[in-house]
Design a protein around this ligand. Structure first.
Ligand code: ZN
Length: 252
C-alpha cells in the first residue's frame, strides 16, 4: 500500500548496501523508521531531501517490518541554521530530543506544527535560545507534562505560591506544600515570568522578550531536568555542548 506524508528528518544511519535507515517525525503518523533504498548512491534523487535539517514530502510503501521510502520532495532545507555553531548544536539536540520523546506511530499534530515553526523561526531570525525552550515546552505539553504554573500542583490553591517547581509532580507548590517538593527546582521571578509567558504566547512573541543571561541559563537547566525526569534519559547532545563550551572557553 502506498501513502505519503510530510516529515522532518531526525536522523539517518547506514543500512544494507547503498540503503539508509531513516528516522523521521511525520505529520500523519508521528515518528517512525523507514528504509531509503539506494540513497547512498551519488546520483540518488532522494539524497538532498533525506538529511537532518530537512522538511520533506515522503512517498512510501508499507513493508512487513519497515516501510520503504520510494520518492521524496524537499519542502524546506534549514540551511541558515547551520551557519551558526550554537544554532547547529541546538537543532541537533532538538532532533535528538524528538527522537527520544516521541512514541512510534503516534501522531502529534500540535508538536509537529510547533517544531516546524521553531525551525522556520531559527532559519529566518537566527538563533535565539528561547526558540529551543519553546520547542522543549511543546514536547512536554504534548506528552502530558505541561507545567502547572497557576496553582499549587499538590493542593490546587492559587494563592501562596512559592518559586519552587516540583519536578516529579510537574508544577509549582504553595507555602504549605513546600515540604512535599523534595526535589524542588528553585526559580527566579524573572525565569518564572518568562516560563509563564512562553506557555501562553505564540512563538512570534519570543524575540521581544528581554531575558538576562542568568534567567536563560536557569530556564535551560530547568527544562533539561524536567525533560530528563520524565523521559528518563540523558541527552547526549547536552553533554557534547558542555564539553565544547569548556573546550572553547579554555582557548580564549
Ligand atoms: Zn499547596
Amino acid at each position: 500500500m502506498h501513502y505519503r506524508t510530510r516529515a522532518v528528518i531526525l536522523k539517518s544511519k547506514d543500512y544494507r548496501d547503498a540503503d539508509k535507515l531513516m528516522t523521521v517525525f511525520s505529520e500523519k503518523e508521528g515518528k517512525f523508521r523507514a528504509i531509503a533504498r539506494g540513497v547512498k548512491k551519488p546520483r540518488s534523487s532522494m539524497r538532498a531531501s533525506l538529511q537532518p535539517f530537512c522538511h520533506s514530502q515522503l512517498y512510501l510503501n508499507r513493508g512487513r517490518d519497515l516501510d520503504l521510502i520510494t520518492q521524496t520532495r524537499l519542502l524546506s532545507f534549514y540551511g541558515n541554521i547551520r551557519e551558526d555553531l550554537t544554532g547547529t548544536l541546538q537543532v541537533v539536540y532538538l532532533l535528538e530530543l524528538l527522537d527520544k520523546a516521541l512514541v512510534d506511530r503516534v501522531p502529534m499534530f500540535h508538536l509537529y506544527r510547533d517544531v516546524l515553526n521553531v525551525l522556520e523561526a531559527l532559519e529566518q531570525m537566527g538563533y535565539n535560545p528561547l526558540f529551543i525552550r519553546y520547542a522543549e515546552l511543546s514536547v512536554l505539553t504534548n506528552s502530558g507534562y505541561k507545567p502547572v504554573m497557576n496553582q499549587c500542583v499538590h493542593c490546587h490553591k492559587e494563592d501562596g505560591l512559592v518559586s519552587v517547581f516540583d519536578l516529579p509532580a510537574g508544577g509549582l507548590v504553595c507555602r504549605n506544600c513546600r515540604k512535599e517538593a523534595g526535589s524542588g527546582f528553585e526559580m527566579s521571578g524573572e525565569a518564572l515570568a518568562i516560563l509563564r509567558m512562553m506557555l501562553n504566547s505564540p512563538l512570534q512573541a519570543l524575540p521581544r522578550v528581554k531575558a538576562t543571561p542568568a534567567s536563560l541559563e536557569q530556564l535551560e537547566l530547568f527544562l533539561e531536568r524536567y525533560l530528563e525526569y520524565h523521559l528518563e534519559s540523558k541527552f547526549k547532545m547536552k553533554d557534547t555542548m558542555r564539553k565544547l563550551k569548556s573546550l572553547l572557553s579554555g582557548l580564549y
